[in-house]
Design a protein around this ligand. Structure first.
Ligand code: DC
Length: 216
């Protein structure tokens, strides 16, 4: 196993941006695992399936083609909400498990961001960051992002979505959103992207020094 960096946290916490920037800094590949669940949901809905149908959702996850992660529709607000619903099914999570672990196995390392990377997918990851921010701050960030993508949506609706997703992602039985015991908490509520990235970089440097995996 290479040097795995697990970045977990709730919706719109900034974990995706931080994971991508850490990966660019270290020249590691990065996997936004939320896209997997989003693509499963989009595939299921396109086939006329029901998000609460565990069987159909599991089949959609097993049939997933990774090129589907590149489709613009997986990044919509509706896809995020639908992803949170298919993500509760253990069959969906099982179907996506090997793919994520294989990605993590790349040398010299990899960055994965999601909800259960540090707890379930890569419990032995030497670097774990749990990124969080106040719901209002996350809603504001997500609202700006959706608006810049051309979606028309009210801030209050985005905040309501965020709260509902937090509850569903944290409350589910299968691999719920949770901070691993050995993850470092990074609250980005009052940080700029630069400040948050600086903090994330320091967490990774400390982890690298501790694991003996020093930058070459
Ligand atoms: O990170 P995101 O907002 O793109 O994720 C969409 C949904 O996918 C999220 O609400 C829950 C689910 N998800 C998950 O259950 N496990 C992951 N590792 C990543 C995402």
């Amino acid at each position: 196993m290479g040097f795995v960096i697990a970045v977990d946290g709730p919706a719109a916490s900034g974990k995706g941006t931080l994971a991508a920037r850490l990966a660019a800094l270290l020249d590691f590949p990065v996997l936004d695992t939320g896209l997997l669940y989003r693509a499963v949901a989009v595939r299921l809905l396109a086939a006329g399936g029901d998000l609460d149908d565990a069987e159909a959702a599991g089949a959609a996850a097993r049939a997933l083609d990774l090129t589907e992660l590149d489709h613009a529709e997986v990044r919509t607000r509706a896809a995020g909400e639908a992803a949170s619903r298919v993500a509760v099914h253990p069959g969906v999570r099982a179907a996506l498990f090997d793919l994520q672990q294989n990605f993590a196995r790349q040398e010299p390392g990899a960055v994965l961001d999601g909800r259960d990377i540090g707890t379930v997918i890569c419990p032995d990851a030497p670097a774990k960051i749990f990124v969080t921010a106040a719901p209002e701050v996350r809603a504001d960030r997500r609202w700006r992002q959706l608006t810049s993508q051309g979606e028309t949506v009210a801030y209050d609706d985005v905040l309501a979505d965020i709260r509902k997703r937090d509850e569903r992602d944290s409350g589910r039985a299968a691999a719920p959103l949770a901070q691993a015991d050995d993850a470092v908490l990074l609250d980005t509520s009052k940080l700029t992207i630069e400040q948050a990235f600086d903090a994330a970089r320091r967490i990774v440097e400390t982890a690298r020094a501790r694991s003996g995996n020093l930058p070459g």
